[in-house]
Write a protein that binds this ligand. Structure first.
Ligand SMILES: C[S@@+](CC[C@H](N)C(=O)[O-])C[C@H]1O[C@@H](n2cnc3c(N)ncnc32)[C@H](O)[C@@H]1O
Length: 285
């Protein structure tokens, strides 16, 4: 997460990646499935699937998890929101999604009514946001009292091998900067309480470095910082970078790509006991 990330670059990069995203999204699948499990655990006791809770998939991408959310909450209205129009168009074109609502918008300026969302799910999207205080203030605003937000994001140790391999080659920014967990937690308004706060390292393994760089390109998550190398990076620099990355090759012959993953479950405070009772009666979480 960096104040130098341009929103329009994020949107156009993910839009361009819409067709290739699903074939390179192993990490996103694994993390999203884990977040979905937390979501199931947190909602098991409170959700009756017969009731309608507007569910928001924030940064819905190709809609893989939107579909899973729809299956999990079949009687809920599902809103898929993404900043990349190309992602939304691709996701919308898939069969069986006619009942989903599609919104192209920035997570930091949600065009949704206050107190309107019962459950917010957001997997590996908020790391592209610029202003965490603004983001969480919006999440807090749109959630109903007692509503839940399930969020996964990446920490600064993500893609360390890539970052370290570029160090000493040039002084450009080659890997996106992601906010540490402390910064995320201190950006939360008092009305959002933390019910799950989990961190894990996930390591993907590759035979060849090119497979990693292709994956990053296919999902649209290659470097988006304003300070990245422009134009053709010299062959000598790339050779040096590749040699540096080879130093990470493991005993099993594979090249690692590490990701620091955060999982959060936040709950918006109930207002007062009378409102809480009304919320239960209205089927809020
Ligand atoms: C890595 S993809 C994850 C997609 C999906 N949640 C999944 O797990 O497969 C990140 C998505 O977040 C979207 N995104 C990035 N910044 C955003 C923002 N500020 N507001 C809304 N969506 C955003 C991107 O366009 C992209 O579709």
């Amino acid at each position: 997460m960096s104040s130098q990330i341009s929103k329009s670059r994020v949107a156009s990069s993910f839009s361009r990646a819409a067709n290739s995203y699903d074939r390179s999204a192993q990490l996103q699948r694994d993390v999203g499935n884990e977040l979905l499990q937390i979501c199931q655990l947190k909602t098991a006791s409170t959700v009756s699937t017969k009731k309608i809770y507007p569910v928001l998939d924030l940064g819905s991408g190709t809609g893989y998890f939107s579909e899973k959310l729809a299956a999990l909450f079949p009687h809920s209205e599902l809103i898929c929101l993404d900043i990349a129009q190309g992602m939304l168009e691709h996701a919308k074109s898939m069969p069986g999604r006619d009942s989903f609502k599609w919104v192209c918008a920035d997570a930091e300026a949600l065009p949704l009514a206050s107190n309107s969302i019962g459950l917010l799910f957001s997997s590996l999207a908020i790391q592209w946001c610029e202003n965490l205080v603004q983001l969480f203030s919006e999440i807090d605003r749109v959630l109903k009292p007692g509503g839940l937000a399930l969020i996964s994001s990446l920490g600064p140790a993500s893609l360390n091998e890539l970052r370290l391999s570029w160090q000493g080659v040039d002084d450009k920014v080659h890997v996106n900067k992601f906010a540490p967990r402390e910064e995320i937690l201190t950006s939360l308004p008092a009305s959002l309480s933390v019910e799950v706060n989990r961190q894990q390292m996930r390591v993907l393994e590759y035979e060849k470095l090119q497979q990693l760089t292709t994956d990053l390109k296919n999902i649209g998550a290659h470097n988006m910082n304003a300070g990245e190398a422009k134009g053709l990076t010299g062959r000598i620099k790339i050779k040096k970078f590749k040699r540096n990355y080879e130093s990470f090759r493991q005993g099993n012959g594979k090249l690692p790509a590490s990701y620091e993953v955060y999982y959060l479950c936040l709950r918006k405070a109930q207002t007062d006991p009378v409102e809480r009772q009304k919320g239960v009666a209205n089927g809020q979480l």
